[in-house]
Design a protein around this ligand. Structure first.
Ligand SMILES: O=C(O)CCC(=O)C(=O)O
Length: 383
């Protein structure tokens, strides 16, 4: 087996690819502030740009104060994480956070490793393993890679889920009866963060007679820190329209290299929000840079894609998504909207059509935390 590069060698070897990718990204553009039409809906030019390229970068969508609150919370969650998968104490020996949730909220990786590439995990959708640089000798055995459950672990996370602009974008893409998918906060610690091998997210609908480029929904990523080409998400523009990609063949025809030649980095400033079609081919590399990236990632689907579908990814195939299940998971949106309205009373409140008229049943309170929010992610709608 080839000797893995050191972190420093890996970083040096990536620089030309990063610069070339940045140039390709600049040529495409596909970024700017969110724009609404006179009807209050997402401007059709942005929707069209998203449909063509499969991604868009909304610059400065979440304001600085809100980003500061989110950072404080995520820093707390990282600080209070168990030291590894099977641990119950944090690095300072305190009982780790999150033991009360039914589904573990933290996922870990070995520093700079690729946990999914070349494995059958997550429906085998990451067929090629990425380069896994050797971490420095001082690196811990495991580092936080993902934190789940943003709506139950932090109040600012719940409020972000009810952000009127984000929900207006979700409505434009998936219709006004859109439904949730799942969420995960990707944490790429400087010099330690693992990679996410090339993949497409969708699992269930590739062979559907109704297949189309939007059938597997899309994800938001809200960036809490600047995202650079060394730690950000890379995508292949337009690949969401071409069906299931043969990733092994793509890498093989690129001399076995994962540095695919048409990919671009979605570099961002803190507060920028990306949207990516879940069928777009995407990855992120081991973070051998000195900069952290934290991306709060949560997705939405068309109702028609989810109703009657069976569970995928972290959900069981025996889980069939009926009206009741979809309604129950969608309640999180209703509570999030109210939590946001209570905290930001001067901001316009998003009206979520499936819950219009039911607002009083889903006011944000300790009671709705227990009834709707706690362990909501057991009901994720993964396809
Ligand atoms: O943000 C990343 O590093 C990876 C995100 C990703 O692969 C996903 O959301 O499916």
């Amino acid at each position: 087996m080839a000797v893995p590069p050191t972190a420093a060698q890996h970083s040096a070897s990536m620089q030309t690819y990063f610069r070339e990718g940045e140039q390709r990204a600049q040529q495409i553009g596909n970024r700017g502030p969110v724009k609404l039409g006179s009807d209050g809906k997402l401007h059709p030019d942005i929707l069209e740009a998203f449909l063509v390229h499969g991604f868009y970068v909304f610059e400065g969508l979440v304001n600085e104060d809100e980003i500061a609150l989110l950072r404080t919370e995520i820093e707390r969650l990282i600080d209070r994480a168990p030291v590894g998968k099977d641990a119950s104490a944090d690095a300072k020996g305190r009982p780790a956070y999150g033991q009360e949730f039914a589904q573990p909220i933290y996922s870990f990786v070995k520093p700079l490793s690729d946990p999914w590439g070349g494995t059958e995990l997550l429906s085998g959708r990451h067929p090629v393993q990425m380069t896994q640089p050797a971490p420095d000798a001082s690196a811990p055995d495991e580092v936080v890679h993902l934190i789940g459950g943003m709506c139950q672990t932090t109040d600012p996370g719940l409020r972000l889920y009810g952000h009127p602009l984000l929900l207006t974008i979700a409505e434009a893409i998936n219709g006004d009866d859109f439904v949730p998918f799942n969420d995960a906060t990707f944490v790429k610690l400087p010099g330690l963060g693992g990679s996410v091998a090339w993949h497409q997210d969708g699992v269930t609908h590739w062979d559907s007679p109704d297949w189309d480029p939007g059938i597997h929904g899309f994800n938001f990523q809200v960036q809490l820190y600047p995202a650079t080409s060394a730690n950000c998400l890379w995508v292949i523009p337009g690949s969401h329209k071409e069906g299931r990609a043969d990733i092994k063949a793509l890498v093989a025809s690129n001399d076995g290299s994962e540095l695919l030649p048409t990919a671009i980095p979605l570099t961002c400033n803190a507060g920028d929000v990306t949207i990516a079609n879940r069928q777009i081919l995407h990855c992120s590399f081991a973070n051998t840079s000195p900069n952290i990236r934290v991306a709060m990632t949560f997705g939405f689907h068309r109702r028609s894609s989810v109703l009657g579908a069976s569970g995928a990814l972290t959900q069981k195939a025996a889980d069939v998504y009926d009206e009741k299940r979809v309604f129950e998971r969608s309640r999180v949106i209703a509570v999030a909207i109210d939590a946001r309205a209570q905290h930001y009373p001067d901001e316009p409140r998003y009206i979520y059509q499936p819950f219009a008229g039911l607002e009083d049943e889903f006011r944000w309170s300790q009671e709705t935390y227990e009834r709707v929010i706690k362990d909501y992610n057991l009901q994720d709608l993964s396809i």
